[in-house]
Design a protein around this ligand. Structure first.
Ligand code: PMP
Length: 493
């Protein structure tokens, strides 16, 4: 348990707003005066010891998605390729790409150099009414690379903000186009969707455990079933699932399309839902339905973009061009927080007008399109070409599939699923009934703890173990990850 700090507010540097109210004020003034007379010696403060770092990490850093009363510090000091090294010199394979973002490995010389070169020019330039060559080049490169029709790029800084931008653009588009449709103010999203943690993204999200707490703050969203091929609804088979799930979407669209601005989807794989893999043809079907019922299609490729599913963008696998495309994570190879929302010319046009008309997109983030991030994103795209990253994937995808086939035989592995270099192993209490382990048992986390102790760093999604390594992973490293995962399951479950 983290110990409580015994420091008083003044020791922590807090100053009361209203000086004179506090009897300790006189003493503080004296302290300040003596500090001025005797200023601290210049020079670097001493480096904190290992134990101190760990204590601060437990007591001061508030870690994302982490129960701080149970947190065991893991402090990574350096990395090389797909290997992370902690402050004790222990090495770990980065089996989930530092939460699904690293692409070409850590400390890639080309990416590092791009960042350094940009530092010699300028670290940050605002995109609010100004620009810089690096960010412009990235916009052009993305527009050229993306599915057809996505000609305009709005930069932000994270996956959640890329989604917020898409949601707001969709709504504003319908209000401002030449034939306005102001009633289109809601969205259709999937059950168990995850689009980030800002309130708009949480509204379209549907992961009970993460999102239900914030219900009073969220806007209304219409919900279609998640096209889950493992847990099928009663009476639905693998063969009828695609039709079933698309019909469910169509029913909602038929009834509600007049008030729906956009359908929001994570193409091919619903990542945080537990790497739920959609049936082939689902995305294509959504695209057609969205067009038929005159709603926009927002593709959130924050997790699946940049080669994860085997192609640069997941949408390409079903020849789909969305109206809005959200990119982040792998965009900078996992180096820097830069995100992008790509839009069609049709959408862009609806925002053009005079200053007085106020059709402007009144949205922006200070660091949107940051040139350091843009430089490293351009280098990431160069490396895709120079190292033929996508061309090398099939052998890795096959190797992972081989391992999964073996792991699937374990009596408590209910399902293994894979799309490209994204793989999931779902643990169940009962294979026949698909009964999950109770959340409180932390089965997934226990396997990951075991893997961590054996040099493989993974993060589960409840009972689902995820393998989603950098695309630069070697076959030998994939073997090590898979075998460690399997041994973890055998030893812990
Ligand atoms: N969309 C999807 C599909 C995601 O998986 C995530 C993050 N895991 C996000 C959006 C949010 O991205 P960020 O954490 O960068 O805000």
């Amino acid at each position: 348990m983290p110990g409580k700090s015994n420091k008083t507010a003044s020791e922590k540097g807090a100053v009361p707003f209203c000086s004179g109210d506090d009897p300790a004020d006189g003493a503080r003034t004296k302290l300040r005066q003596s500090a001025l007379l005797d200023p601290p010696k210049p020079g670097k403060p001493a480096e904190p010891a290992r134990d101190e770092l760990q204590r601060w990490d437990r007591q001061i850093v508030w870690h994302a998605f982490t129960q701080m009363s149970e947190y065991e510090p893991l402090i990574i000091e350096s990395a090389q390729g797909c290997t992370l090294t902690d402050i004790d010199g222990r090495e770990y394979l980065d089996a989930t790409s530092s939460v699904w973002c690293n692409i070409h490995g850590h400390r890639h010389p080309k990416l590092d150099a791009a960042l350094r070169e940009q530092l010699d020019k300028v670290a940050h330039v605002t995109l609010l009414g100004a620009s810089n060559p690096t960010t412009i080049k990235l916009a052009k490169r993305l527009a050229d690379l993306a599915p057809e029709g996505l000609e305009h790029v709005f930069f932000s800084d994270d996956g959640a903000t890329a989604v917020e931008v898409a949601l707001k653009m969709a709504l504003q588009y319908w209000r401002q186009r030449s034939d306005p449709r102001p009633n289109k103010t809601t969205y259709l999203a999937l059950a168990n969707a995850y689009h980030g943690d800002t309130l708009g993204s949480v509204s379209v999200g549907g992961v009970e455990r993460f999102h239900s707490m914030f219900q009073p703050l969220l806007f209304e969203v219409l919900r279609a079933p998640s096209p889950d091929m493992y847990r099928l609804p009663p009476g639905v088979t693998q063969e009828t699932a695609l039709d079933y799930y698309l019909c469910a979407v169509e029913r909602i669209l038929a009834d509600e399309h007049e008030r729906i601005a956009a359908v929001v989807v994570e193409p091919l794989v619903q990542a945080a839902a537990g790497m739920v893999i959609h049936p082939n043809g689902y995305l294509r079907g959504l695209r057609e339905l969205a067009r038929r019922y005159d709603v926009l299609l927002i593709a959130d490729e924050v997790a699946v973009g940049f080669g994860r599913t085997g192609t640069m963008f997941a949408c390409q696998q079903e020849q789909v061009a969305p109206d809005l495309l959200c990119l982040a994570k792998g965009l900078t190879g996992g180096y820097m927080p830069v995100a992008a929302t790509l839009a069609t010319h049709e959408i862009w046009r609806a925002f053009l007008g005079t200053h007085a008309e106020s059709k402007t997109f009144f949205h922006g983030h200070t660091y949107g399109g940051n040139p350091l991030g843009a430089a490293v994103a351009l280098a990431t795209l160069d490396v895709f070409e120079e190292e033929q990253t996508l061309e090398k994937l099939p052998a890795k995808i096959d190797r992972l599939a081989e391992h999964l086939r073996r792991i699937a035989r374990h009596p408590h592995v209910g399902d293994v699923r894979q799309r490209g270099l994204i793989a999931a192993v779902e643990l169940v209490r009962d294979k026949a009934t698909q009964e999950p382990y109770p959340w409180e048992e932390k089965r997934g986390m226990q396997v990951c703890d075991w893997a961590r102790a054996h040099g493989v760093l993974m993060r589960p999604l409840g009972n689902v173990l995820v393998v989603m390594p950098p695309l630069s992973i070697s076959l030998e490293q994939l073997d090590r990850i898979s075998v460690t995962l399997e041994e973890g399951i055998i030893n812990v479950v």
